[in-house]
Design a protein around this ligand. Sequence first.
Ligand SMILES: N[C@@H](CCC(=O)N[C@@H](CS)C(=O)NCC(=O)O)C(=O)O
Length: 252
Amino acid sequence: MPDLPAPATIIGGAVSPYVRKVLAVCALKGVPVTIDPIIPFFGGDRFTAVSPLRRVPVLIDDQVTISDSAVICQYLDERYPDPPLLPSTPADRARARWLEAFAATRMSDVIMWQVFNEAVIKPGIWGRPRDVAALERGVAEALPPVLDYLEGVAPAEGYVVGPLSIADLSVAVLFRNLTWSRVTLDAARWPRTLAWVERTVTGSPLGALSALADRLVRMTPAAQREAYEAAGIPVTPDSVGEATPRRGPMTV
Ligand SMILES: N[C@@H](CCC(=O)N[C@@H](CS)C(=O)NCC(=O)O)C(=O)O
């Protein structure tokens, strides 16, 4: 008997690129989800209990409670293999996994921590002023080598290693967080990369999720819950979120 998709609870809001990645994979595979769309810093003790690093996303279903978008997507792919998130040959699978690893490491360090954290999280969550010099250094010095590398691997058409895979999704999700940080990228310098990201967003469930997140980023948490429901993503009746933010073990 095929394993019918078990409904999953996702903890974390779609402003997080890693939550969008998991939601996109659930949509591709037809896994029904309910979301507790917290900003991770606002998680209470019940959040710590299910996410030891106090990071989103978390996936809870009838078999597992797990964190980390790569681990979650791999679990979903192994349990619900259709459509596959990895290409068919060992070499292409390795290429796809490498790009997912690149997106999770240096690309995330620069885009999420040096840029998005400085531009959006620091003032928005912690009420601290932006370090404008650090932000400018992130955009002018740290970001271009990341984009130069991607420009070298970006496909002229289609996706990076065959059909749409976890590599395309993992890279593409991070670009929206640059937009919300008011960073405009030079389309003449990185044309293949930006076109590839655009194809991935418009050619996958990331399109609708990114449009939803464009609205969420300007809303209060209470209004956000209604926006998910209106977008067809049911929200959990109960939340592990609380009113006061706190730093987690990995918070920069
Ligand atoms: N490698 C992790 C990264 C997860 C991550 O950094 N999530 C951020 C939100 S975008 C978070 O929860 N940050 C809270 C913190 O680090 O304290 C993944 O792919 O899930």
